[in-house]
Design a protein around this ligand. Structure first.
Ligand SMILES: [Zn+2]
Length: 418
């Protein structure tokens, strides 16, 4: 059955002019036409859905989630020992909440074992609702390093290559490697680089040979520089940390621009002004780093780290607000959340824009997001590969003060400052 969604406003691409009285024609899981109502051909038979005060735009991309975490103050070092059956149910719930936020594609960048492969495949087969998933399974990390409990420990170049091959064998879509420590794993020292360039290059080269992209968790300047030298495809967090605070490095940033390395700064609910508990630095310093990266011309893509403590999946739009606060225009933010993120995921020909042949990943929001990003907090419905999902309200941004305090304590311990 062909369905035509007709709306007062249509944004086919983050950079395209807004079309008044637009329509998207969907046949099954694909778009067959998108443009001005007066210019599209409506095939017969077709159901026409007339929408009031709605903008249709491409479904959103969250380039960094952890479906197996449920936004409790979990420590990635210790708390992933729940039975697989329990984790699988959490993951199904998390996937549904991403749809509530209008997210139609997400990358799971850290999960124990092969659970995320099973969840990805269940969504793809339409056994459970959720966004298209790309999964990394267990991140590769040094012994005792960030998120070691997920099972990807590797210390030598041979170990790293072996882990990459295991990810390919498991059916992962991409590889994640922990170039620095992380705040959520006590003792892992976020600003310290944990692999040499040679170790990283061995992994990156093997992943690329196997047709997998490589993204890296990199908080510290030294780790970022090594990851860039090793040829990773994208960098998560990119917080420019040193032991004494953050320090943006324009020379490293210039190399990233030249190499086309995307940055997913993982802005999220924790980075809102109140209660701010992003552990990287003061809020002003975090925003300054974002401004510096944007001004340097880095390819910034949207991703939230949803699933970590008090960063709920359904509050994806909080991270977009912060990109806007750091000086990106609404259209630049929309591009980071759609076409640019899709490109960084290797999905530029699949999703991120509304055009014939693309997946029917379509978001309906009230108002005009090119003028006011806040409308993304109130998505009405989303089509994910043509399947319609009514978006449930996101709820309040944060939990109680006691929970915030527990998370702060976890992050402080992770930073080695306990
Ligand atoms: Zn993460």
């Amino acid at each position: 059955m062909v369905t035509v969604f007709r709306a007062p406003r249509l944004l086919t691409h983050a950079d395209a002019p807004l079309v008044d009285d637009g329509a998207v024609v969907v046949d099954g899981e694909r778009i067959v036409a998108a443009g001005a109502w007066s210019e599209i051909e409506v095939p017969a038979p077709a159901q026409v859905r007339e929408l009031d005060d709605v903008t249709l735009l491409p479904g959103l991309v969250d380039a960094h989630v952890h479906l197996a975490m449920d936004a409790e103050p979990t420590s990635t070092g210790t708390d992933l020992s729940r039975p697989d059956a329990e984790l699988a149910l959490v993951m199904a719930q998390s996937a549904r909440r991403l749809l509530d936020a209008g997210v139609t594609t997400a990358r799971d960048l850290g999960c124990p074992g092969t659970l995320s492969v099973a969840v990805r495949d269940a969504i793809a087969a339409r056994r459970i609702p959720g966004p298209r998933m790309l999964v990394a399974n267990a991140p590769i990390t040094v012994t005792g390093g960030h998120a070691w409990a997920m099972g990807g420990e590797a210390d030598t170049a041979e170990d790293v290559v072996r882990q990459v091959r295991l990810r390919a064998k498991e059916g992962a879509d991409l590889v994640k490697i922990m170039t620095t420590g992380g705040f959520m794993t006590a003792g892992s020292r976020p600003w310290h680089a944990r692999y040499t360039v040679e170790h990283l290059s061995a992994g990156v080269d093997e992943a690329h040979r196997l047709g997998m992209r490589v993204t890296t968790h990199a908080l510290g300047v030294e780790g970022i520089a090594r990851a860039v030298a090793a040829g990773v495809d994208s960098i998560e967090h990119c917080a420019w940390l040193t032991e004494t605070g953050s320090r943006f490095d324009p020379a490293v940033a210039a190399r990233m621009v030249a190499a086309g390395i995307a940055v997913c700064p993982t802005m999220n609910t924790a980075c809102l002004p109140e209660p701010y508990f992003c552990p990287w630095d003061s809020r002003a310093a975090v925003l300054d780093n974002l401004r510096a990266m944007h001004a340097a011309g880095l390819e910034i893509i949207a991703g939230t780290d949803a699933g970590i403590g008090m960063v709920p999946f359904q509050r994806y739009a909080d991270g977009l607000d912060i990109l806007g606060e750091a000086g990106m225009s609404p259209r630049q933010v929309l591009a980071a959340a759609t076409a640019k993120a899709a490109r960084a995921c290797g999905l530029a020909s699949v999703t991120g824009t509304l055009a014939p042949g693309m997946a029917a990943d379509v978001l309906a929001v009230p108002g005009d997001p090119t003028e006011d990003l806040s409308v993304l907090h109130r998505p009405l419905f989303v089509l994910a590969r043509g399947d319609e999902h009514a978006c449930a309200p996101a709820g309040e941004p944060t939990g109680d003060a006691a929970t915030a305090e527990r998370i702060r304590a976890t992050l402080t311990a992770g930073a080695g400052r306990a």
